[in-house]
Design a protein around this ligand. Structure first.
Ligand code: 5GP
Length: 194
Protein backbone atom coordinates (compact mmCIF):
# COMPACT_ATOMS: atom_id res chain seq x y z
CA UNK A 1 0.00 0.00 0.00
CA UNK A 2 1.79 3.09 -1.30
CA UNK A 3 0.37 5.51 1.29
CA UNK A 4 1.64 3.33 4.12
CA UNK A 5 5.06 2.87 2.51
CA UNK A 6 5.36 6.66 2.15
CA UNK A 7 4.58 7.16 5.84
CA UNK A 8 7.13 4.50 6.83
CA UNK A 9 9.75 6.25 4.67
CA UNK A 10 9.03 9.71 6.04
CA UNK A 11 8.34 8.95 9.71
CA UNK A 12 9.81 5.53 10.52
CA UNK A 13 13.03 5.15 12.46
CA UNK A 14 15.20 2.08 12.25
CA UNK A 15 16.48 1.03 15.67
CA UNK A 16 19.48 -1.27 15.79
CA UNK A 17 19.51 -4.19 13.38
CA UNK A 18 15.89 -5.04 12.96
CA UNK A 19 13.36 -2.81 14.75
CA UNK A 20 11.23 -0.22 13.00
CA UNK A 21 9.76 2.50 15.17
CA UNK A 22 6.51 3.90 13.78
CA UNK A 23 5.01 5.48 16.84
CA UNK A 24 3.83 8.67 15.12
CA UNK A 25 1.00 6.88 13.28
CA UNK A 26 0.67 3.27 14.50
CA UNK A 27 2.24 2.32 17.83
CA UNK A 28 1.66 5.35 20.04
CA UNK A 29 0.01 8.26 18.23
CA UNK A 30 -2.55 6.90 15.77
CA UNK A 31 -3.53 8.41 12.43
CA UNK A 32 -7.23 7.53 12.06
CA UNK A 33 -7.34 8.40 8.35
CA UNK A 34 -4.46 6.05 7.59
CA UNK A 35 -6.02 3.37 9.84
CA UNK A 36 -9.28 3.67 7.94
CA UNK A 37 -7.54 3.38 4.57
CA UNK A 38 -5.78 0.26 5.84
CA UNK A 39 -9.02 -1.18 7.19
CA UNK A 40 -10.63 -0.67 3.80
CA UNK A 41 -7.71 -2.38 2.10
CA UNK A 42 -7.93 -5.39 4.45
CA UNK A 43 -11.67 -5.53 3.73
CA UNK A 44 -11.01 -5.50 -0.02
CA UNK A 45 -8.41 -8.27 0.31
CA UNK A 46 -10.64 -10.56 2.40
CA UNK A 47 -14.18 -9.57 1.29
CA UNK A 48 -14.86 -12.86 -0.53
CA UNK A 49 -13.87 -15.03 2.46
CA UNK A 50 -17.08 -14.88 4.51
CA UNK A 51 -15.34 -13.43 7.57
CA UNK A 52 -17.55 -13.45 10.69
CA UNK A 53 -15.02 -12.21 13.23
CA UNK A 54 -11.69 -10.41 13.43
CA UNK A 55 -9.21 -11.22 16.18
CA UNK A 56 -6.09 -9.29 17.15
CA UNK A 57 -3.94 -8.73 20.22
CA UNK A 58 -3.70 -5.65 22.40
CA UNK A 59 -2.61 -2.93 22.02
CA UNK A 60 -1.32 -2.00 18.58
CA UNK A 61 -3.42 -4.46 16.59
CA UNK A 62 -6.65 -2.91 17.79
CA UNK A 63 -6.75 0.23 15.64
CA UNK A 64 -6.27 -1.46 12.24
CA UNK A 65 -8.48 -4.38 13.34
CA UNK A 66 -11.36 -2.09 14.29
CA UNK A 67 -11.17 -0.28 10.96
CA UNK A 68 -11.19 -3.60 9.09
CA UNK A 69 -14.13 -4.70 11.26
CA UNK A 70 -15.99 -1.53 10.38
CA UNK A 71 -15.39 -2.06 6.67
CA UNK A 72 -16.36 -5.77 6.80
CA UNK A 73 -19.18 -5.14 9.29
CA UNK A 74 -18.02 -7.83 11.72
CA UNK A 75 -17.11 -7.74 15.43
CA UNK A 76 -13.50 -7.40 16.57
CA UNK A 77 -12.09 -9.26 19.56
CA UNK A 78 -8.67 -8.38 20.97
CA UNK A 79 -6.77 -10.97 22.94
CA UNK A 80 -5.69 -9.63 26.31
CA UNK A 81 -2.10 -10.07 27.47
CA UNK A 82 -1.30 -11.09 31.01
CA UNK A 83 1.98 -11.92 32.69
CA UNK A 84 0.52 -14.49 35.04
CA UNK A 85 -0.67 -17.79 33.71
CA UNK A 86 -4.23 -17.71 34.83
CA UNK A 87 -5.97 -20.97 34.13
CA UNK A 88 -9.60 -20.53 33.35
CA UNK A 89 -12.42 -22.65 32.01
CA UNK A 90 -13.85 -19.54 30.45
CA UNK A 91 -10.98 -18.49 28.20
CA UNK A 92 -8.89 -19.83 25.34
CA UNK A 93 -5.22 -19.17 26.15
CA UNK A 94 -1.84 -19.36 24.42
CA UNK A 95 1.72 -18.40 25.34
CA UNK A 96 3.48 -15.83 23.14
CA UNK A 97 7.20 -15.19 23.37
CA UNK A 98 8.31 -11.70 22.39
CA UNK A 99 11.81 -11.55 20.91
CA UNK A 100 11.76 -7.74 21.12
CA UNK A 101 10.90 -7.69 24.83
CA UNK A 102 12.33 -11.14 25.68
CA UNK A 103 9.30 -11.99 27.77
CA UNK A 104 6.51 -14.53 27.50
CA UNK A 105 2.95 -13.33 27.79
CA UNK A 106 -0.17 -15.36 27.98
CA UNK A 107 -2.84 -14.13 25.58
CA UNK A 108 -6.47 -14.93 26.23
CA UNK A 109 -9.87 -14.60 24.63
CA UNK A 110 -13.05 -15.37 26.52
CA UNK A 111 -14.74 -18.46 25.07
CA UNK A 112 -18.03 -16.66 24.62
CA UNK A 113 -16.44 -14.39 21.96
CA UNK A 114 -15.10 -17.13 19.65
CA UNK A 115 -16.83 -20.29 18.45
CA UNK A 116 -16.53 -23.18 16.01
CA UNK A 117 -18.94 -21.49 13.61
CA UNK A 118 -16.66 -18.46 13.21
CA UNK A 119 -14.65 -17.66 10.11
CA UNK A 120 -11.78 -15.71 11.59
CA UNK A 121 -9.53 -13.05 10.10
CA UNK A 122 -6.41 -12.37 12.18
CA UNK A 123 -5.05 -8.80 12.08
CA UNK A 124 -1.79 -7.55 13.63
CA UNK A 125 0.50 -4.56 13.38
CA UNK A 126 3.81 -6.35 12.68
CA UNK A 127 4.89 -9.74 11.44
CA UNK A 128 8.45 -10.45 12.62
CA UNK A 129 9.15 -13.88 14.11
CA UNK A 130 5.52 -14.89 13.91
CA UNK A 131 4.96 -15.71 17.57
CA UNK A 132 2.02 -13.33 17.98
CA UNK A 133 0.37 -14.70 14.83
CA UNK A 134 0.88 -18.30 15.95
CA UNK A 135 -0.58 -17.46 19.36
CA UNK A 136 -3.68 -15.95 17.80
CA UNK A 137 -3.98 -18.96 15.48
CA UNK A 138 -3.78 -21.24 18.54
CA UNK A 139 -6.71 -19.40 20.16
CA UNK A 140 -8.84 -19.77 17.01
CA UNK A 141 -7.83 -23.44 16.73
CA UNK A 142 -8.82 -24.06 20.36
CA UNK A 143 -12.24 -22.62 19.53
CA UNK A 144 -12.50 -24.91 16.51
CA UNK A 145 -12.99 -21.83 14.31
CA UNK A 146 -11.92 -21.64 10.66
CA UNK A 147 -9.13 -19.19 9.89
CA UNK A 148 -9.49 -17.44 6.53
CA UNK A 149 -6.10 -15.72 6.75
CA UNK A 150 -4.12 -12.93 8.33
CA UNK A 151 -3.84 -9.24 7.53
CA UNK A 152 -0.60 -7.60 8.63
CA UNK A 153 0.19 -3.89 8.55
CA UNK A 154 3.99 -4.17 8.32
CA UNK A 155 5.84 -7.41 7.54
CA UNK A 156 9.58 -7.63 8.05
CA UNK A 157 10.05 -10.16 5.27
CA UNK A 158 13.67 -10.77 6.25
CA UNK A 159 12.51 -12.35 9.52
CA UNK A 160 11.04 -15.87 9.72
CA UNK A 161 7.43 -15.06 10.67
CA UNK A 162 5.77 -15.82 7.33
CA UNK A 163 7.63 -19.13 6.99
CA UNK A 164 6.69 -20.16 10.54
CA UNK A 165 3.05 -19.28 9.92
CA UNK A 166 3.01 -21.15 6.59
CA UNK A 167 4.53 -24.20 8.25
CA UNK A 168 1.78 -24.07 10.87
CA UNK A 169 -0.81 -24.12 8.06
CA UNK A 170 -1.61 -20.41 7.96
CA UNK A 171 -1.23 -19.54 4.30
CA UNK A 172 -3.30 -16.56 3.25
CA UNK A 173 -1.15 -13.79 4.73
CA UNK A 174 -1.66 -10.33 3.23
CA UNK A 175 0.73 -7.58 4.30
CA UNK A 176 0.15 -3.92 3.45
CA UNK A 177 3.88 -3.14 3.51
CA UNK A 178 6.65 -5.71 3.12
CA UNK A 179 10.13 -4.73 4.20
CA UNK A 180 12.99 -6.57 2.52
CA UNK A 181 15.82 -5.04 4.53
CA UNK A 182 17.12 -2.15 6.55
CA UNK A 183 20.22 -0.69 4.90
CA UNK A 184 22.15 2.10 6.64
CA UNK A 185 19.04 3.07 8.56
CA UNK A 186 16.94 3.15 5.37
CA UNK A 187 13.90 0.98 4.74
CA UNK A 188 13.96 -1.11 1.55
CA UNK A 189 10.58 -2.54 0.51
CA UNK A 190 10.25 -5.93 -1.17
CA UNK A 191 9.17 -4.44 -4.51
CA UNK A 192 12.21 -2.12 -4.55
CA UNK A 193 14.83 -4.81 -4.14
CA UNK A 194 17.69 -4.69 -6.59
P1 5GP B 1 6.40 -11.48 16.25
O1 5GP B 1 7.88 -11.58 16.41
O2 5GP B 1 5.66 -12.35 17.18
O3 5GP B 1 5.97 -11.68 14.80
O4 5GP B 1 6.05 -9.97 16.62
C1 5GP B 1 5.47 -9.73 17.85
C2 5GP B 1 5.09 -8.33 18.07
O5 5GP B 1 6.29 -7.58 18.29
C3 5GP B 1 4.36 -7.60 16.96
O6 5GP B 1 2.98 -7.77 17.05
C4 5GP B 1 4.74 -6.16 17.27
O7 5GP B 1 3.86 -5.64 18.23
C5 5GP B 1 6.12 -6.29 17.85
N1 5GP B 1 7.18 -6.01 16.86
C6 5GP B 1 7.96 -6.90 16.22
N2 5GP B 1 8.84 -6.29 15.42
C7 5GP B 1 8.60 -4.96 15.55
C8 5GP B 1 9.19 -3.78 14.98
O8 5GP B 1 10.13 -3.81 14.17
N3 5GP B 1 8.67 -2.59 15.36
C9 5GP B 1 7.63 -2.49 16.26
N4 5GP B 1 7.18 -1.26 16.54
N5 5GP B 1 7.06 -3.58 16.82
C10 5GP B 1 7.54 -4.79 16.47
Amino acid sequence: MKELEARIQSEGHVLGEDILKVDSFLNHQIDPNLMQAMGNEFARLFESQGVTKIITVEASGIAPAVMAGLALDVPVVFARKSKSRILSDEAFTADVYSYTKQTTNQIRIEKRFLSASDRVLIIDDFLANGQALLGLKALADEAGASIVGAGIVIEKAFQPGRKAANEAGLNNIQSLARIAAFEDGQVIFVDEEK
